[in-house]
Design a binder for this molecule. Sequence first.
Ligand code: ADP
Ligand code: MN
Length: 516
Amino acid sequence: MDSVGVAAAAPDAGPGPAWQSKCPWGAPSTTSISCSLADVMSEQLAKELQLEEENAAFPEVVAAAEGPFITGENIDTSSDLMLAQMLQMEFDREYDAQLRREEKKINGDSKVSISFENYRKVHPYDSDSSEDEVDWQDTRHDPYRADKPTTTPRRGFIGKGKDITTKHDEVVCGRKNTARMENFAPEFQVGDGIGMDLKLSNQVFNALKQHAYSEERRSARLHEKKEHSTAEKAVDPKTRLLLYKMVNSGMLETITGCISTGKESVVFHAYGGNSATEDKVIPPECAIKVFKTTLNEFKNRDKYIKDDYRFKDRFSKLNPRKIIRMWAEKEMHNLTRMQNAGIPCPQVVILKKHVLVMSFIGQDQVPAPKLKDVILSSEDMKKAYYQILNMMQQLYKECNLVHADLSEYNMLWHDGKVWLIDVSQSVEPTHPHGLEFLFRDCRNVSQFFQKGGVAEALNERELFNAVSGLNITADNEVDFQAEIEALEKMNEDHVQNHGKKLSTFSSDGDPPIYDE
Ligand code: ADP
Ligand code: MN
């Protein structure tokens, strides 16, 4: 089957690219962008905002609208382009509705009907009119199309007297109907009857067509659902608005696609724009980490932030949505500390609510491979090991941080060296579980390099001591762990007795935390 089947889904004579791009976050490999992101985004946004309005039946949608993103200051009325596009959408819908009314008026009960399908602006699947489902007329891409394509028998052979269609016509019609089956969606199995001299009565054809049409709609719905679950609402309309604003302001050039969808975040690749915000030069390629606004996954990470004294006071007062913003904020602060210490890591570009823009580690939309995925020569492996040992010490001593999720999954190999990423959960060593997290990091690193054949790699306990400067002498894991916990307990007691900010481990070079 050729492209006719696909074209059948498009009633418009034109290519209509806007609605075809269902998902603006296509695979990163798709470099050819036929329409600007702005078009896609704003149209989707307009659609979704409209949906939101219509779905008043779902109270959660309303609840979400009360969130921090839809307050007066945040609605992007500064974007003329987007407003114009949203208005255009509205206008197109009204135009189509009017067209439909005229079509009805002209056709009335007549056996011969005229279709205005080709003049419509919005794809019928986009419109919510159920009329489309019943009153379909297929005059598109018909291989047996008559010279005057705008007139086709409406319902076939039910007429009487002068209106009756002749026997001869029935044959032609039957063949025509058979041929038209080709116009059904590609996934609709019509068999190879098309090649034979099959004659389908209008009634049968209509029934088939109806079935094909509803199948198509069903699969479109399923597809949409799947797409939705992929991003798991991380990129809800308000997030899109936020991203759109970044593009619109010239800070970003284009958002090309999604690099990663994790449980807690979605990461996009973008080309940096040329507007320098706050004296910062925007890197040519950026990574946008969107922290998911679905809360479930963050529940089990509460402990990372709840006991971090930097966030302690705020934690109890905040609603969950704001806690998610704190993750983004935490990642930003931690990256800044690392940057200041000269540790290879993404450079923070900007933080907007739960969206963190940073420099992209990689090139030409291809992210640098994770250490777990890259095959290194034994020389590079050894080099990587010593670099990490060094970085862990720097992180601990100069940044006063423990990564807390350090493993070959969160280290990228780029430019012949290791880059640390994913530091939203990183804590200060004085965190009530800070040393335990450090020990876990050491175990991951040590195991990875020992398995990777680096003979010099310290074991996890040696590594722990080397990084922390502590001297825990236990020679087995259980005792070692127990000593770590005893140390943590001692530190906690100290904090309790002397006030939380007087901790012996505390040394804070952080910028002050502010609430928006
Ligand atoms: P998660 O919490 O989902 O693991 P990460 O920060 O680890 O979030 O990002 C997920 C993935 O996205 C990473 O494994 C990496 O492949 C990619 N990624 C994240 N940040 C960057 C960046 N700055 N440059 C390139 N790729 C990145
Ligand atoms: Mn990660």
